[in-house]
Design a protein around this ligand. Structure first.
Ligand code: 13P
Length: 285
């Protein structure tokens, strides 16, 4: 299928009470693993690229690869820019055919975040591309801070209502206790805050830092309006662990496919498990 706008996938998920996984890619094997899993699970899926991935592989390369992959599967696929913070990169993505953009102005004061996000929304909506905004800071796990300080970065529900109204974003990334990377302890999501945000914004909510969040918390978050869940670290782990094992088994290996192929298979299993947990399996239409 041709790539579809992000909001098409998320509106349905939001209305029907499941979440679409948005998985980060940097190369062909990761993309193939995600699409194979989506096809086998009959699940809609989002493929996302960070600005770092674009720097590494190139926008033209990534877009061509994702379009070619999407055409070979029967499930709907959206291509999303993860954590864009530069309208020039957003423009580049629009030119190459991304169907969903994140503008992350969460480090900016509210007024500035609104102004910059709105600029990207106007540009993207003009060509039918949906936009994710972020309010509240989602830290890396390495940036562990005291709980009181941590909560100071959580999304304020009242600000969220203003932000969504003023920017026109299609979906909103919130900070409610998740972090990117590996968790040191068990994450403890702030569900009353999520409920209050959802009551005020009434649009699909995005959960970043999905790797390592316990199943019961994922399910509860989906029941409160989370319709997009980002997964990166768990894929990297599966890919690298398997490749490392294969290289250790045969340090003189001269065929990269003998290492990359098993790495790819290990990622398929992870993605399928997430799709079942998120409730998106069987939802492709
Ligand atoms: P994880 O690496 O924790 O899965 O988070 C991914 C993410 O949120 C990308 O934006």
């Amino acid at each position: 299928m041709a790539l579809v706008p992000g909001i098409e996938l998320l509106r349905r998920a939001y209305e029907e009470g499941y979440a679409v996984g948005s998985f980060n890619i940097n190369n062909m094997e990761i993309l193939q693993a995600i699409l194979q899993a989506a096809e086998e699970e009959k699940s809609p899926v989002m493929i996302q690229t960070s600005q770092g991935a674009i720097k590494y592989a190139g926008a033209a390369y990534l877009a061509a690869m994702v379009k070619a992959g999407a055409e070979q599967v029967s499930v709907p696929v959206a291509l999303h820019l993860d954590h864009g913070d530069d309208w020039k990169v957003a423009l580049q993505c629009l030119r190459y055919g991304w169907t969903s953009l994140m503008y992350d102005g969460s480090h900016l004061p509210l007024e500035e975040n609104i102004r910059e996000t709105r600029r990207v929304v106007e540009m993207a909506h003009a060509v039918g591309v949906s936009v994710e905004g972020e309010l509240g800071r989602i830290s890396g796990v390495e940036e562990q801070v005291a709980v009181s300080e941590r909560e100071a970065f959580f999304t304020d529900p009242e600000e969220a209502e203003i932000f969504v109204r003023e920017t026109g974003v299609d979906y909103l990334a919130v900070s409610i206790g998740t972090a990117h990377g590996l968790y040191k302890g068990k994450p403890d999501l702030d569900f009353p805050r999520l409920e209050e945000i959802q009551r005020r914004v009434k649009i699909p909510i995005v959960l970043h830092g999905g790797s390592g969040v316990p199943e019961d918390q994922i399910k509860k978050a989906i029941s409160l309006g989370v319709a997009k869940i980002n997964i990166d670290t768990e894929l990297r782990q599966a890919f690298l662990k398997t490749m490392r094992e294969k290289l250790e088994e045969n340090p003189n290996q001269l065929d990269p496919r003998k290492v990359l192929g098993p790495g790819r298979d290990a990622m398929v299993a992870v993605v399928k498990e997430k799709m079942r947990l998120f409730g998106s399996s069987g939802k492709a239409r």
